[in-house]
Ligand binder design. Sequence first.
Ligand code: FAD
Ligand code: DHB
Length: 396
Amino acid sequence: MHTTVGIIGGGPSGLLLARLLHNAGIDSVVLESRDRAYVEQRQRAGILEQATVDVLRDAGAGERLDREGMPHDGIELRYGRRAHRVDFPALTGGRRVWVYAQTEVVKDLVALQLADGGPLLFEAEVHGVEGADTDRPVIRYTHEGREQTLTCDYVVGCDGFHGVARNAVPEGVRTTYERTYPYSWLGILADAPPVYEELIYAHSERGFALASMRSESVSRLYLQVPNGTDPADWPDERIWDELDARFALDANPEWRLKRGTVTSKAVLPMRSHVTEPMRYGRVFLAGDAAHIVPPTGAKGLNLAAADVIVLARAFAHLKDTGSADLLDAYSDTCLRRVWRAEHFSYFMTTTLHADPEQSPFETKLQLSQLDRVATSEHAAAELAENYTGLPLGPAN
Ligand code: FAD
Ligand code: DHB
């Protein structure tokens, strides 16, 4: 089989890229190692930036998002048992974010691709890419029990942090920047109405907590826990009690989350990681295949979308003009945004979590930083601009 753009991975970045290329009249094949049900149910991100929503709408994948997505105009920060709201539109000239789960984005994109797009093969496991530095790179994969090859003009690795595409960039060319964190998140989904109409990010002496949602009847909640935590050590009542303790407010001692049946429970490790460059020869890396952020600040999915927007524009530019200029600029263009998001995610994570090694002095610095956001319009605007996402210019 031959295609113009061979895409490894059918997560949000691979599926969105395939849709954008299809709309630009460029053919592609998506190879995804898991089955459709697995990909559509995998619980992950929940917040879409304005630019991500705009591109999904432009790509024809915005219909259900417009019906079911929940626009949010701010977040609440809780620290020192007090609450402070950050008003996004007021601080950013009108930008906001949407609650619409990654599972739903993936379902919408899969349905579109299967309806009228190029091939999207599930249970097609890629083993490697050969000839990255030639003009006919080849993807080797197994599908329906048979070893197969896909010959491509270009290959895009959208295969996440544990994928194989990154290995196409030789060791001597690749530089990796990484940081791990001394805590993880315990994430639950619960059949319980969200207690508050916006997300709440809480700093407390007991550790970080986040209240998010999936709908008017489903809550998504996260607790900071030690690395290596076994979810079995957290029975439901312990989780609810701990969440209530971390969200506690002096001004409203009666404040409690609404409890309900916990339908999913998992521990998520945290990591920052960037691989540079994001391109070698005719192989490009996009999304989690190239970079990971800790989830505080909800940048991962949005960063993946930004990469493939830049890449799709570059392929369309090549098709329309014959110029590879934008493809050549891809890695540098993306890395500027990637490092901004890396910094913001690191800032949100280290400002809101309790490091087990942290001194009382460092706790005071965190509280001072949060107070700065609550009292300075400049500091609040800096947070709001990063959270809602920096706009994607027409040329990048
Ligand atoms: P992925 O979603 O990882 O997709 C990669 C795809 O490639 C997968 O479908 C995988 O099956 C496939 N694949 C892998 N290897 C191969 C292979 N060899 N052959 C073929 N296919 C392959 N972000 C937030 O903003 N908020 C969150 O709460 C949040 N929670 C997260 C929880 C977890 C456990 C993880 C891992 C990530 C989370 N993220 C979160 C980050 C966000 O979900 C990712 O940034 C986003 O999924 C990136 O999309 P992607 O398409 O680049 O990668
Ligand atoms: C969600 C996840 C995040 O990491 C975040 O910062 C906000 C919301 C979520 O899953 O809803």
